[in-house]
Each structure stands twice: as structure tokens, then as C-alpha cells.
Design a protein around this ligand. Structure first.
Ligand code: FAD
Length: 418
């Protein structure tokens, strides 16, 4: 049998969002000459997801302003973009994918960039209400906008006080809605930040007129005449025209699991983004991958991780040497506050808070395990984010007392212990 030429090789990518789209273009840059075929269940030209809870909710310009890539770029790079099509299953022995329209496609390399979907909690009454929205897709934003109609002063209950829930709260408040956030834990952002940062965001939202209520476990929803009553376990009730759910995500691992690929808190991949099947890679939110800076497997929900893993997988698929070696980072915009996070704070046992002498809030929380810097949360403070990244990357020791002194000049030379 004649050997295939490079031009005859086929790379199929499932999922055309931050991870899948970046991979497709990175493959061309790395010299992949064969076919690149992208599939996504979402019918929209792939778009940036972070603005969904930020500017897409407040600007009425529509989505076409920020696609990930223009329609012409896919044509230029000969990337076949198939939208509104779900990949139903994989036959990894035959190296084929089966689509829900009944068609079958062969692959040489397959990349799973299937991301995640929102958790919809099984709260009695929630499933029967029309004006209930998660926020993961452009269609979700359109649904919220339509429900708001011309009367933005509606009552909105957001279930879940994580980053996405809080960004939605800030955006809907900007539009003039009456917003209540119900958080089950004793503080918002409990899973991801120190109590001091939770307090800061609680105050910020309260000052802007959002009701932030903690220790609120939603147990049922009743609907009458298009108005909902959200009931909590302590007997309190909240009236809502619209309910938005932001309680976390389920990772889309089902395709991989059915194909016999190893799953462990996500699709498990090695440092080249390869799964337990040598011809199948996985990238982005759907992966459980090794981070050498923290010497452990992690699952991240961040654009930067999706983009970085896409680059690594493209190199590996093209036979080049490249391994994943980045420090996670993330951001959140609420009102005029920019939060930047670098590193992973999980396992911290002490923190230093550094406040800058400025009129607007400008501070940073530095998370340590013993003397080892793990992570930094920076509020309106790009310097803290940049220095934190450098210190974590180089595993540098930081002088904690100098760091805590907000009157001392904030520069690396002052902070590093030789
Ligand atoms: P996803 O974006 O989840 O994309 C997966 C794609 O796969 C989807 O389009 C889906 O339709 C498709 N798919 C899944 N299964 C199939 C199938 N069987 N067949 C066909 N298609 C399939 N991150 C940040 O870093 N900063 C932020 O400020 C930030 N804000 C955010 C705000 C919101 C509202 C949301 C929802 C997310 C935010 N994120 C943010 C997270 C960030 O958007 C994700 O980390 C990123 O989208 C992950 O990209 P991905 O390509 O791995 O997965």
C-alpha cells in the first residue's frame, strides 16, 4: 500500500472555541499541510467567551464585533469550519468520528476541545420556568437580553456568587436592573480567594446597589403570572422576572469516555496534550493536565490555558518538541475594577496584603505556602500581577515585610531576598 503524502493527512477538531480555533490556526503555522476540519455544535461564528458576562450583556452591538477569527481567515488557512453540528461518537480503532447528522469522517489525528457546559441544579420548579438562563453561549446572552426587553429595571436573581455570577450582576446592574445574588456558602468567591478578597467584592457590589446574600441555599422556585419566587432553605423568598444561574460547570468528557480514553476530573493528558490514545489530543477546559510549576494535575477554566495548550498540541501533532509549562492566569472585570490572578492559591497557609497609596482601590493579595509564593490576586494593579508572575516563574523568595509595606517603592529589587 502506498504511503499517504502529508497533504492527505486529516486532523479533526471537536469544539471550535478558544482551544479548538487556536489549535487550527497554530497547526497551519507549525506546517501541517493536510486537512483541518473543525466541528462545533454552536451555530455562531466562534466568538470570545469572556465578554459574554461583561460587554456583550451591556453593549447592544451584537456578537459580530468580536469573533475569534474572521470568516475569511478560515478560508485563507484552508480550515473547514462546520458549525451547528455535534460530534456524536468516536471509533478510535477505525479512526472515525460520527456526527449527529449521520455522516462519518475519518481522521489521522483527533483533537478534543469540547470545553464545558453550565451546571443546572435540580431545584424543584426551576426547570418549568421560561426566564431561567445559564451563561455560557451567545444564545444565553440573547435570551437574557430578550427577557429584559425595553424594561431593564426588572428584578433579577443570580444563583451563585462566583466570578461569572458577579460579572453578570455588575453588567445587569449597569443596565438598571434590581439584582440579588444568592450564594450558598458563607462568603462569595469562597472556593477561589481569601476572605479579604471576598469582603472587597461584597462591598463593591453592595456599594453599587446589588444585594449580595450569603448562606442562601435555593430549594425551590414557584412561578405565577410570569413572575418567579425563589425560595431558600432558611424560608426567605426573592422575587424575580429573570433567574440567572452561575453555579459552575460540567466538563464535556462524555465523547472521550465512550471512546475508552482515560478520564480523571477531565480528559487526562500528558505534557504534550496527548490523551491515553496516541492519536487523540485534548486541550482547554476539558483537560486534566500536569502543571510543572505546582507539580500536580489541574483542571483550569481559562482562556490562557486553552490557548497555551492549543500551541503545545499543534507542535506535538506536527512532530515538534514542545511541552506545556505555563503559570495559570485569569482576569475578571466588575464595574471599574480589574482583577488579575496569577498562579494557583490552592494549599496556601499565609497571605500578605499590599495596599498602594492611591485614590482608587489598588491592592494585591499574595498567597504563600510557608515562604513559597503560590499566587497573587491583583486589584487594579498590573505591577503586582507582573511581579508575581516573575517571582513564581523564577521561584524567587520574597521579603514579606517589605512586600507588606505599602509606603515602600514597589519594585522587584526591593522585594527579592538574595
Ligand atoms: P469552550 O469555550 O467551552 O468551548 C468548547 C466548544 O466545544 C463549545 O463551543 C461547544 O459547543 C463545543 N462542543 C462540545 N462538545 C461538542 C460535540 N460533541 N460536538 C461539537 N461541538 C462540541 N476565562 C478567562 O480566562 N477570563 C475571563 O474573564 C473569563 N470569563 C468568562 C466569562 C464567561 C461568561 C464564561 C462562560 C467563561 C469565561 N471564561 C473566562 C472561561 C473561558 O471562556 C473558557 O476557559 C474558555 O472558553 C475555554 O475554551 P475551550 O475552547 O476549552 O472550551
Amino acid at each position: 500500500m502506498a504511503l499517504k503524502s502529508h497533504k492527505e493527512f486529516i486532523c479533526v477538531i471537536v469544539g471550535a472555541s478558544h482551544a479548538g480555533v487556536n489549535l487550527a490556526f497554530a497547526l497551519r503555522r507549525e506546517g501541517w499541510e493536510g486537512q483541518i476540519i473543525l466541528f462545533d455544535a454552536d451555530p455562531e461564528l466562534p466568538y470570545h467567551r469572556p465578554p459574554l458576562s461583561k460587554t456583550y450583556l451591556t453593549d447592544l452591538e451584537g456578537l459580530s464585533a468580536t469573533p475569534l477569527k474572521s470568516a475569511e481567515s478560515y478560508e485563507r488557512d484552508a480550515i473547514q469550519l462546520n458549525l451547528g453540528i455535534r460530534v456524536a461518537s468516536i471509533d478510535s480503532n477505525e479512526k472515525k468520528v460520527f456526527l449527529d447528522d449521520g455522516s462519518v469522517h475519518a481522521y489521522d489525528k483527533l483533537v478534543l476541545a469540547t470545553g464545558a457546559r453550565p451546571i443546572i441544579p435540580s431545584i424543584p420548579g426551576l426547570g418549568t420556568t421560561k426566564a431561567v438562563f445559564p451563561l455560557r453561549t451567545a444564545a444565553d446572552v440573547e435570551g437574557i437580553r430578550k427577557s429584559l426587553g425595553d424594561e431593564p429595571k426588572k428584578d433579577i436573581v443570580i444563583i451563585g456568587g462566583g466570578y461569572i455570577g458577579l460579572e453578570i450582576a455588575a453588567s445587569l446592574k449597569k443596565l438598571g436592573a434590581n439584582v440579588t445574588v444568592l450564594e450558598r456558602e458563607e462568603r462569595i468567591l469562597a472556593r477561589v480567594t481569601a476572605p479579604e478578597m471576598s469582603d472587597f467584592f461584597n462591598r463593591l457590589h453592595t456599594q453599587n446597589g446589588v444585594k449580595v446574600l450569603t448562606g442562601k441555599n435555593v430549594t425551590s422556585v414557584a412561578t405565577e403570572n410570569e413572575k418567579h419566587t425563589v425560595v431558600c432553605s432558611d424560608g426567605s423568598t426573592y422575587s424575580a422576572h429573570i433567574i440567572v444561574i452561575g453555579v459552575g460547570i460540567h466538563v464535556n468528557t462524555e465523547l472521550a469516555a465512550k471512546a475508552g480514553i482515560t478520564i480523571e476530573n477531565g480528559i487526562k493528558v500528558d505534557s504534550t496534550a496527548r490523551t491515553s490514545d496516541e492519536n487523540i489530543y485534548a486541550i482547554g477546559d476539558c483537560t486534566f493536565h500536569y502543571n510543572p510549576h505546582y507539580d500536580k494535575y489541574v483542571r483550569l477554566e481559562s482562556v490562557q490555558n486553552a490557548v497555551d495548550q492549543a500551541k503545545v498540541a499543534a507542535s506535538a501533532i506536527c512532530g515538534k518538541d514542545c511541552t506545556y509549562d505555563t503559570i495559570p492566569w485569569f482576569w475578571s472585570d466588575q464595574y471599574d475594577v480589574k482583577l488579575q490572578i496569577v498562579g494557583l492559591s490552592v494549599g496556601y497557609d499565609n497571605i500578605i496584603i499590599r495596599k498602594e497609596q492611591k485614590d482608587q482601590p489598588c491592592f494585591s493579595i499574595w498567597y504563600f505556602k510557608g515562604d513559597r509564593l503560590l499566587s497573587v490576586d491583583a486589584i487594579n494593579n498590573a505591577k503586582a500581577y507582573v511581579f508575581g508572575t516573575k517571582f513564581i516563574k523564577n521561584n524567587e523568595s520574597v521579603d514579606k515585610s517589605k512586600l507588606a509595606d505599602g509606603t515602600a517603592e514597589f519594585k522587584p529589587a526591593n522585594l527579592i531576598v538574595e
